[in-house]
Ligand binder design. Structure first.
Ligand code: X8Z
Ligand code: ZN
Length: 336
């Protein structure tokens, strides 16, 4: 396990980060992060709660449905018919997006009518071609193609000779047009969508390169995350047919499957997108102390996502450290 050794370093990091935030006039690092939304930091926390209350009923329904299907599959001893779902059965290491268990939970006869993983494999689409498809979406909207340096300097595949951070990211090196992505692309539907997410960052960055430096960032960090995700919603069966990746557009009878698959990613993500910073805001404010880092993490996992760990956890563990953005110190409410 890679996270436990981070625990003491993370504790020290929190102290130093807060020191810096206080020198800049903020109460702590969490307050500094919450200060960027055109309202007082406290008002932002209230707004986030309000939004969660608005979408929570939809999440609760999905959670209830998925639990029922997993209960049928695994039985009462593994997935009780009521209460939380064991986090390891949701098809994702962090239980943050659940479409990998689509086949396990779909109602009988509800296939989405196409399989992007299979289509990409069948066509032998490689990493660079995956990125080309993404670029083509943006150029079809009227944006200029990416510069040659993007193709030369990006990392598309996992190097064979060294360890790298594979978590996808987008970079604006010179604030002009030295744009790059860093990914370990596999030819899957998930990575096809993530490429659109990352290119959303790059095209956004370049679109602002004539602004004065202070205006080159997005209005707030949520906009930066939202561009590519919004674009990726356009990866519909019709669009894929247009690209020649699938042979035919499924008829409307396949909509249930399509929408369930989408919900397993997008609706399931909502409480996850929220809880990471609910934990960090309290860590930075001191309300969560190192003595209860891990217990507080799982309290929030239970409260928001309704999931429990597969095995008993203790303060010898540091489960938040397994999520890229925690050691990377990237704010997370932006994704919510
Ligand atoms: O970290 C990301 C992007 C890079 S900004 C790949 N995302 C979050 C995650 O993977 O945890 C996109 C969706 C949520
Ligand atoms: Zn992003």
């Amino acid at each position: 396990s890679i996270a436990p050794p981070m625990r003491s370093e993370y504790q020290r990091f929190v102290e130093l980060s807060n020191k810096g935030a206080r020198e800049l006039g903020f109460a702590d690092t969490g307050a500094m992060w919450r200060s960027k939304y055109d309202m007082p930091p406290a008002a932002f926390a209230v707004e986030v709660d309000r939004l969660w209350g608005q979408v929570r009923p939809l999440y609760d329904q999905l959670h209830c449905y998925v639990r029922r299907r997993l209960n049928q599959k695994y039985g009462d001893a593994v997935v009780p018919a009521s209460g939380p779902i064991p986090a390891h059965l949701l098809g994702n290491m962090w239980a943050q997006a659940w479409s990998n268990i689509y086949d396990q939970v779909a109602p009988a006869g509800a296939d989405p009518g196409f399989d992007l993983d299979a289509a990409l494999k069948a066509k032998g689409v490689d990493a660079k071609q995956m990125v080309k498809y993404g670029e083509n979406f943006f150029t079809s909207l009227g944006f200029a193609p990416l510069p040659e340096t993007f193709w030369e300097r990006s990392q598309f595949t996992k190097p064979r000779d060294r360890e790298v951070v594979c978590h996808a990211s987008a970079w604006d090196i010179d604030q002009v047009d030295d744009l790059r992505i860093k990914m370990c692309i596999e030819s899957t539907g998930e990575d096809f969508r993530t490429i659109h997410h990352e290119l959303g960052h790059n095209f956004y960055q370049r679109a602002y390169n004539h602004q004065p430096p202070l205006f080159r960032d997005s209005a707030n960090d949520g906009f930066h995350e939202g561009i590519g995700d919004t674009i990726a919603l356009s990866i519909t069966p019709r669009y894929l047919k247009g690209l020649g990746l699938i042979a035919a557009e499924p008829d409307a009878s396949k909509d249930t499957g399509l929408l369930l698959r989408m919900a397993l990613d997008k609706i399931a993500f909502l409480p996850f997108g929220l809880l990471i910073d609910q934990w960090r805001w309290k860590v930075f404010s001191g309300e969560i102390t190192p003595a209860n880092y891990n217990a507080a993490w799982w309290d929030l996992k239970l409260k928001y996502q309704g999931v429990v760990p597969p095995v008993e956890r203790s303060e010898a563990d540091f489960d938040p450290g397994a999520k890229y953005h925690v050691p990377g110190n990237t704010p997370y409410t932006r994704y919510f």
